[in-house]
Design a protein around this ligand. Structure first.
Ligand code: COA
Length: 213
């Protein structure tokens, strides 16, 4: 059995080890593939995909450059805030660890993209903090209410903590009751309000949560 461990997906900054094996050992390959997928590493066709969590048949994994067109498609369908293609690629190249996608049978159904910032704390009256900023999160309508949004946020927060962030914050439309409820459930509190934050004049709530220990 010719099995060699290699570092996969360097371009994504991915540190997950995947297996490369000879074709003749197909049976053994399938067994190992099974082992890898149950321990959170995608192998075979998805050799370069870095899975960070699973939710039933859904996979939460790092976004790759090839995913961006599908991410944009989800964004166009689900949110009134759209960005240039460049914006997505830029965030991905700067903050690959916290740009995650949710996939079901190779179809991308949701994403979260975040920045790591350093600046005034959203939670303390005075002081600076390293903060994870959720720039955008969305799940296609047919796949909502199954915990994907929650999983995307929690998985990105884990990565934020690894990057030494101590808080996580986001802006949300004042009318987006469902998202606000979800964030509150995840420990976010309303810390401020930005009038006419969106192009159509609607205001935003700034919500923030402490993350890590
Ligand atoms: N559709 C949406 N939510 C439903 C639902 C349905 N058909 N059925 C139930 N829900 C409830 C869930 O029960 C859950 O609450 P609970 O955990 O208290 O039961 C909550 O709504 C959704 O949680 P979850 O399943 O983890 O999130 P999601 O995968 O539905 O994604 C959003 C949440 C906000 C990302 C998603 O609604 C979305 O993409 N909205 C449009 C884009 C948007 O507003 N993004 C946020 C911008 S700040």
């Amino acid at each position: 059995m010719n099995l060699e461990r290699t570092e996969a997906s360097k371009s994504m900054g991915c540190t997950v080890n995947c297996a490369t094996i000879s074709e003749s050992d197909n049976k053994e390959f399938l067994r190992i593939q099974q082992d890898l997928t149950t321990t959170g590493v995608s192998a075979g066709a998805g050799l370069q995909k870095a899975v960070v969590a699973r939710l039933g048949d859904y996979e939460i994994r790092r976004c790759d450059r090839e995913d961006i067109p599908s991410v944009i498609e989800v964004n166009m369908k689900t949110l009134p805030e759209h960005y240039s293609d460049y914006f997505y690629y830029e965030i991905l190249s700067e903050f690959p660890e916290t740009f995650l996608v949710a996939e079901l049978h190779d179809v991308l159904v949701g994403y979260i993209m975040c920045r790591i910032e350093y600046g005034f704390s959203q939670l303390k009256r005075l002081g600076l903090a390293r903060k994870g900023h959720v720039v955008s999160v969305a799940v296609n309508e047919d796949h909502r209410g199954k915990g994907i949004g929650t999983s995307l946020i929690l998985a990105s927060q884990e990565e934020m903590v690894k990057k030494s962030a101590t808080e996580c914050y986001l802006e949300v439309r004042v009318s987006n009751a469902q998202a606000i409820r979800l964030y509150q459930k995840l420990g976010f509190k309303i810390e401020g309000r930005l009038e006419a934050y969106y192009r159509d004049g609607e205001g935003a709530l700034v919500m923030a949560a402490k993350i890590g220990k």
